[in-house]
Design a protein around this ligand. Structure first.
Ligand code: HEM
Ligand code: FES
Length: 355
């Protein structure tokens, strides 16, 4: 949580996370250089500079695949949640390695002419009609610009300044960057590949990213369909189930007809409901726990009081709350969102309710 600007708070988890990520990237590039030297020999031999260009490019795109699969994996299995916590650090690392790749490429292929290297890069091929000689550097450059915008705005300071919606939209551009990079590699490096390894790896990567997104997305749709039918009275209430169907200190999530997800929590002998959308980056609050009496987001740990959706002092974030009631042993939640921070009397679970 943030009050105004705060520098990155380094914790042990962040250091270990970054240490593992940086070591994995270094091992990838070192292995690429060694294996590349062994593989490209004789008439196929390539210079150390080209090897380094390939090692950094392949490392950046491999990191991007990791970033893209973390989200759906964490949705499908909570054990992957710790990876999600500092995913932004991976994003910044990807950008830095991609930038190194772009600088090396521009310097190596365009740095020795009379033209400015960037101009030379942009004007070296403009044959957009041909797949064979398409200027594949251009999608690479556009992707790099997107990665830069994301890395530059990755701090929570920007999240607050741009508003959560704009920030989220900006960061969804990662999928555009991914598409551009597939085009960059497909129309560039892969055109000259004769061995099946690189195209197969690329294909496996795209297949993994799309399948995991499809599986996680389908899971969400099934969950939403599973929301009990709307009880038709004047205010529209949704049946959530018996009080003890909601795990203690956890939530059940339902979906209103307008698509808004509502998280209904059971804490001690009370039931309360808040929006499922965290005010930080839209994390799924219904997948979080109640810790120290507060709903705690599973993504980065922002907290809200179940009774009024306000973060505990000194934090000032607020989320929408919903009315809840228990009728004939069934929990019902109103589909009408109350303004963020509205206090709502929690529903008390009757003592004789089925456990
Ligand atoms: C200004 C931006 C960029 C330019 C001008 C550029 C240019 C190039 C060039 C010329 C190659 C072929 C190198 C060779 O084999 O001789 C290449 C390969 C590659 N690039 Fe880029 N690139 C850019 C951005 C990126 C970014 C942002 C990524 C990934 C995040 C990336 C990933 C790759 C990959 C994976 C390869 C194939 C490496 C291999 O052969 O194993 N590039 N790039
Ligand atoms: S999305 Fe970051 S704490 Fe909820």
């Amino acid at each position: 949580m943030s009050v105004g600007y705060t520098a990155i708070q380094w914790s042990r988890h962040k250091r270990v996370y970054d240490g593992i990520a940086a070591s994995a990237a270094a091992i990838w590039m070192a292995a690429f250089l060694l294996l590349g030297k062994a593989r490209w020999t004789g008439s196929h031999a390539v210079s150390d500079e080209i090897l380094l260009i390939r090692a950094t490019g392949s490392c950046a795109i491999a990191l991007l695949h990791v970033i893209l699969v973390i989200g759906p994996l964490a949705r499908l299995n909570r054990r992957f949640l710790p990876l999600l916590y500092n995913r932004r650090h991976l994003g910044v690392m990807t950008f830095l390695i991609a930038l190194l790749h772009a600088i090396l490429v521009t310097g190596y292929y365009h740095g020795f002419g009379v033209l400015n290297p960037l101009l030379s890069l942009l004007s070296s091929s403009t044959n957009f009609a041909s797949l064979r000689s398409f200027p594949f550097e251009l999608p690479g450059l556009l992707a790099l610009i997107i990665l830069f915008l994301m890395a530059a705005t990755s701090h929570d300071f920007w999240l607050r300044n741009l508003s959560a919606t704009t920030w989220k939209r900006l960061h969804m551009l990662v999928y555009a960057a991914y598409g551009l990079l597939i085009a960059h590699v497909g129309l560039g490096a892969l055109q000259n590949e004769t061995a099946p390894l690189a195209p197969s790896l690329m294909f496996a990567g795209v297949l993994t990213v799309s399948t995991l997104h499809l599986l996680a997305g389908t899971g969400e749709v099934v969950k939403d369909r599973g929301s009990a039918p709307i009880v038709n009275d004047n205010d529209s209430w949704i049946d959530v189930g018996a009080p003890h169907d909601i795990p203690l200190n956890r939530a059940r999530t339902v979906c209103a007809s307008g698509g808004e997800r509502i998280a209904i929590f059971r804490h001690e002998n009370t039931i309360s409901a808040v929006t499922n959308v965290c005010a930080h980056q839209g994390g799924p609050l219904g997948e979080g726990n109640i810790i120290d009496g507060c709903i705690t987001c599973p993504w980065h740990g922002w907290q809200y009081r179940a009774s009024d959706g306000c973060s505990p002092p000194p934090f000032t974030e607020k989320i929408a709350t919903y009315q809840v009631r228990i009728i004939a042993g069934r929990v019902q939640v109103s589909t009408k969102a109350l303004p963020p921070g509205t206090a709502v009397e929690p529903a008390r679970i009757p003592e004789h309710a089925d456990a």
